[in-house]
Structure formats: structure tokens, C-alpha cells
Design a protein around this ligand. Structure first.
Ligand code: ATP
Ligand code: MG
Length: 383
């Protein structure tokens, strides 16, 4: 019986099947890490020929609310996880009744909606930007006045890569905000004039073992991550606070799996939690090329009940996202990246290059981050 087996042998060992909801690049890199360890990987994804499906043993194409298809998928897996944050929480509960689902669906439910996420941070007494909530059809302008300007208005649901956000600088922005968020639940956040942004990927096992990867410094362009720099160029106490917050959050939310935690570092040195993502994180891609264990292997270890791997950094590193924009003048010129032994290229196998779409990334290792960053910028230009 599955339940009895779960109690007696909580370890899901190589040879077993890991199911992943979502077929994007995070699922692809998870599948690559899992298959290297000898697991079988099944991908559940609405769209055929997904990046993850291409490297998995099986790809099931059905909608996230197709309960019968989800149940059939779950029955074929020893553990199910998700790589996509907008999977509805209700069907996840049904999966959890059939097989092991990690992280728990309640973790995703909290993190996938900005109102619930912000409220959770506030209730736990964790540092965050001041905010106000607006229900669908509510008074956006009143909530903006409550928080004050400048502020950022964000949809409560389905935001990613800065989609569904609007910065409001003054009274003039009120009308635009009212128009853009008409009929949608939203969160109004105080605008943080941050010194920089950092993030940490934390892993926690069912046994309560917690491990944090080195803190990454993140530079965004148009709200999309452009560079991750590790070690982050921030004082040691800022790193220590970000790491401690990530550990604290993993424990408080009952994480079993991995989670990306994004932070704003204010000019006065405060560390505020921006967002939680209960899965691997774009800013953790550097771990594949510069740490003993990658964030994807760590995710496999955490959800399969294995001991966690060593997160130690082996070299200073800079990660660069490759967006669809790089295809503006045809196929990017990969030669310069491929010619450099300190550079590793990762492409996600997406056929259509749209502006802003994450198509791949590369990492540059060097003796120090300034050298790596200078080279990364240069190589990005050459693409
Ligand atoms: P993703 O899921 O890709 O991280 P997202 O759409 O969920 O993106 P956020 O992380 O909330 O969005 O915002 C994206 C970026 O926009 C942040 O990393 C930051 O650079 C900027 N930003 C968001 N909120 C604020 C704020 N309150 N003050 C200042 N900058 C902000
Ligand atoms: Mg974010």
C-alpha cells in the first residue's frame, strides 16, 4: 500500500518516477537533474512539445483543471511537484490524496496570490514593503492614497516578469491605475528605492534539514531578471540576514522542496522580502555551473526524501538571461560563448523567440565577480 510504504520508507530512490506539473525551462532542468540521478520523469503540461517534455520519459498534454487527466497522471508517479506557480490549488489537493505532492499545495496557494503572500508575511512578522489590498471592483485610488506615492500596483493573481504591474508616481497615475486594474483584485505596494535586489534559494527536507544556496545579487531590466551575480556585492551582514530570512520562511511555511525568496535591500541596509516562489528560481540557475549541487538536484533530493546536497560555491559567477529579443536580427551568434572555456550555455529548446521570453541563459565564471560581470556584458552584446 502506498501509504504504508510512505511511512516505512520515506525515501523515493532512483528508478522511481517524479511527476512535474508544468513543462517550462524549470521543469526541463529539473528533468535533466533527475534523469542524471536515474529517476524517471513525467511532465504534465497543457501545450504539446514543451521544453521539459523534450527531455522527459513522458509528456501528458491536458489542462490544469482536467481532474481526470491529473488523477491518471498522479497515479503513475511516486512523487509530484510543480514548476509553474499558476497551477490552480484545488486540483493539487486531489493529487495530494493520491500520491506525495511536494511542496504542500497550501504553500503554493499562499505564494501564488500576492494578497495572500503579503498577508502571510505580515502575519509572520517578516519585513516587507507596506501594502494595501483592493478587491475586484474595489477603489484602487483609495488604496493608492492609503499607501502613498510612489507605489507599484500589481495584480493579485498571475503576475510574472513584471506583467500586470504599474508604477504610480503621483496623482496623475491614478486614472491609469484605475483603468488598468478595473475589475481585478490588486495589491498596492510602497515603491522601494532599493540599493539592490538579492535572492536566496532555500531547500528544506521532510526531516527539517534546511540548506541555503549562496545569496545572489540580481539586476533586472524592464522587470525581467538580466544578471545574477554571486557572491552578491553586499555587506556580509546583509547576506546573513537574507539567508536567515530564507531559512526562517522555509520553516514557518512548512516547505518541503525548494523555494526562491526575493529581497529588496534598502539604502539604509534593511532587507525586505519581496516575493516567495515555492520552486527553483531563475536567480538560482548559476548553481548548475558554480555549486557542488545544483538547485534542481536539491529539489529532487528534497522532494524524494534524500539527504540534501552541498550548496557550496566553487567559483565567482555571473548568470545572464537570454531573452527572445536576442533573435531580433536572426539566430544569435553562439560562437563567442561556445569558444570560451569559462562560459556555459543553456538553451531551453523553445522554437518561438518572442521579445521578453526566456529562451536560455549562460554563466561566466572568473576569479572575481567584477571580471565575470564585465565579460558577461561583453558577451551579451556580441550575441
Ligand atoms: P517575477 O515572478 O518574475 O519575479 P513578478 O512579476 O512576480 O516577477 P515582482 O518580483 O513583484 O514581479 O517585480 C518584478 C521587479 O519589479 C522587481 O524585481 C523589482 O525590480 C521591481 N519592483 C517590484 N515591486 C517593486 C517595489 N515595490 N518597489 C520597487 N521596485 C519594485
Ligand atoms: Mg519577482
Amino acid at each position: 500500500m502506498r501509504f504504508a510504504n510512505f511511512v516505512v520508507n520515506p525515501m523515493i530512490l532512483p528508478g522511481k518516477t517524479i511527476g512535474v506539473l508544468g513543462g517550462g525551462q524549470l521543469g526541463r532542468m529539473l528533468a535533466q537533474a533527475a534523469t542524471r540521478l536515474g529517476y524517471r520523469v513525467h511532465i504534465y503540461e497543457p501545450q504539446a512539445h514543451s521544453p521539459a517534455g523534450a527531455v522527459a520519459h513522458r509528456e501528458v498534454n491536458a489542462a490544469y483543471d482536467d481532474l481526470a487527466a491529473l488523477m491518471a497522471f498522479a497515479r503513475g508517479c511516486d512523487v509530484v511537484t510543480y514548476e509553474f506557480e499558476n497551477v490552480p490549488a484545488a486540483p493539487l489537493q486531489a493529487i495530494a490524496a493520491l500520491t506525495r505532492l511536494l511542496p504542500d499545495w497550501r504553500v503554493l496557494e499562499t505564494a501564488q496570490n500576492r494578497s495572500r503572500e503579503k498577508r502571510w508575511l505580515r502575519d509572520q512578522g517578516l519585513p516587507h514593503a507596506q501594502f494595501a489590498e483592493v478587491a475586484a471592483g474595489g477603489d484602487v485610488a483609495a488604496a493608492i492614497r492609503q499607501v502613498g506615492v510612489p507605489c507599484v500596483v500589481k495584480t493579485a493573481d498571475f503576475g510574472y516578469d513584471g506583467k500586470g504591474q504599474l508604477k504610480v508616481m503621483g496623482e496623475a497615475g491614478l486614472a491609469a491605475a484605475r483603468e488598468k486594474f478595473r475589475g481585478q483584485p490588486a495589491v498596492i505596494e510602497q515603491f522601494i528605492d532599493f540599493a539592490c535586489e538579492v535572492s536566496a534559494v532555500v531547500a528544506r527536507s521532510a526531516a527539517g534539514e534546511v540548506s541555503v544556496f549562496p545569496v545572489s545579487e540580481n539586476i533586472h531590466a524592464d522587470h525581467i531578471l538580466e544578471f545574477s551575480i554571486v557572491p552578491a556585492r553586499v555587506p556580509a551582514d546583509v547576506k546573513a540576514r537574507a539567508e536567515a530570512l530564507a531559512r526562517l520562511i522555509a520553516g514557518k511555511i512548512g516547505l518541503v522542496g525548494v523555494m526562491g525568496v526575493e529581497f529588496f535591500v534598502t539604502r539604509s541596509g534593511d532587507v525586505l522580502v519581496n516575493e516567495l516562489a515555492p520552486r527553483t528560481h531563475n536567480s538560482g540557475h548559476y548553481t548548475m555551473d558554480a555549486c557542488v549541487t545544483s538547485q534542481f538536484e536539491q529539489q529532487v533530493r528534497a522532494i524524494c526524501g534524500l539527504p540534501l546536497g552541498d550548496p557550496a560555491l566553487l567559483s565567482p559567477v555571473v548568470m545572464v538571461n537570454i531573452l527572445g529579443d536576442a533573435w531580433a536580427k536572426g539566430e544569435p551568434k553562439w560562437e563567442a560563448l561556445l569558444a570560451d572555456p569559462a562560459v556555459r550555455l543553456h538553451l531551453y529548446g523553445k522554437s518561438e523567440a518572442r521579445p521578453g521570453r526566456k529562451m536560455g541563459h549562460f554563466t561566466v565564471r572568473a576569479a572575481d565577480v567584477e571580471t565575470a560581470l564585465a565579460k558577461a556584458r561583453e558577451l551579451k552584446e556580441k550575441l
